[in-house]
Design a protein around this ligand. Sequence first.
Ligand code: C2E
Ligand code: MG
Ligand code: MG
Length: 401
Amino acid sequence: VGVLFIDLDDFKVVNDTLGHATGDQLLIAVAGRIAGALRADDTAARLGGDEFAALVENVQDPGAVEETATRILAALSEPIIVDGGSLQAVASIGITTTPEADTADALLRQADLALYVAKGAGKNQWRRYQSHLHSAMVERLELRSALDHAVNEGHFLLQFQPIVDLATDEAVGFEALVRWHHPQRGIIAPDEFIEVAEESGLIVPMGRWVLDQALHTVAQWRRILPRARQPYVSVNVSVRQFRQSGFVEQVKASLEYAGVPARALMLEITETLLMGDDEQIWADLAVLQELGVRIAIDDFGTGYSSLGYLRQRPIDVLKIDKTFIDDMVGSEQQLALVAGIVSLARTLNLTVVAEGIEDATHRLILAQLGCPLGQGYYYSAPLDATEALAWLRNPLPLAVA
Ligand code: C2E
Ligand code: MG
Ligand code: MG
């Protein structure tokens, strides 16, 4: 037999933004689609929430179970009409078959592990359980439950990396970067847990903490420093956070609570957030910009294929991805691209921040191109709040490569 574990991707977003009644309608439609993609001998079930399963019997060829998974994904990809609006259900699927295991419990556990791998692989995919991946799969699950614990216990800290005016080498702001202080493993970098935080929804409470903590810190700095040198703080916001209802209100409330003006806050979003031209997102960004919060496109150049959106949309800053800066020195073409982005931004009245400035050559080239701002190890690695304040007061001695 083959067992498929099916879990909707981002179903919570549907509930949060369109309401539970619409969520219920979507689940009913999904159940129909899944049942319709199975053969007469197979069994479909709803396990709870947005989790479904299928049992495929009399399997002669393991490929047949994979075909079933592909059929289910295809069946779900057709738009679903709910309340007169069109929705699309996207799912991840974990698969296993006998004889990988010979008890029902073990099969279900394997399918569940494979599902986590599918989720981690970027959703809308299926993955088959592989015994040699067992420990990696278990690790991912453990990471998720440890992260859940960390969110409840507040085991995070923020570091701040200076964003520097390339003409004067003075910091104008800081990017807040989250770290996980793991009781056994020590400090863990975000690349190791942001993805799991996003897929589990833990990014929402974590992100709220990051925003509050970043504003609290910048508020302290601004009380101490002379007016002309008060920095802003730039906070990364993931799609999932942004799409939760009430995000704009949350930002407003956090600003008020910290007692800092909206100008002191920049939000970094990645281009992928903007894909699909979701008008609600643009409207929310416009409200934030109207308040005075600045909006930056992070990792610019790595995501969206069309530049048209830059023109009329509520965007203030482009952060050129580090990969462009890395390659700029050895390649005329890369250099031309960076020069192009800088001049495009100037024409559109946007500010540019170059990311990943690692040496004096990078800095020199960028300054010559007229790139106004930059950040990178050349100036400083991310620092603790007190180190950042010291840097702000006296940037030069620490700014050695
Ligand atoms: P990002 O927003 O593009 O942040 C820049 C990353 O590049 C940071 O890594 C920073 O430490 C690193 N970096 C800065 N200068 C240099 C350099 O000169 N050379 C090199 N090799 N690296 C440099 P970090 O802190 O590990 O963050 C990685 C990513 O995690 C961030 O990329 C961001 O996408 C995400 N992230 C960090 N904090 C948060 C957060 O609070 N919320 C969310 N949603 N995502 C976050
Ligand atoms: Mg960033
Ligand atoms: Mg970046």
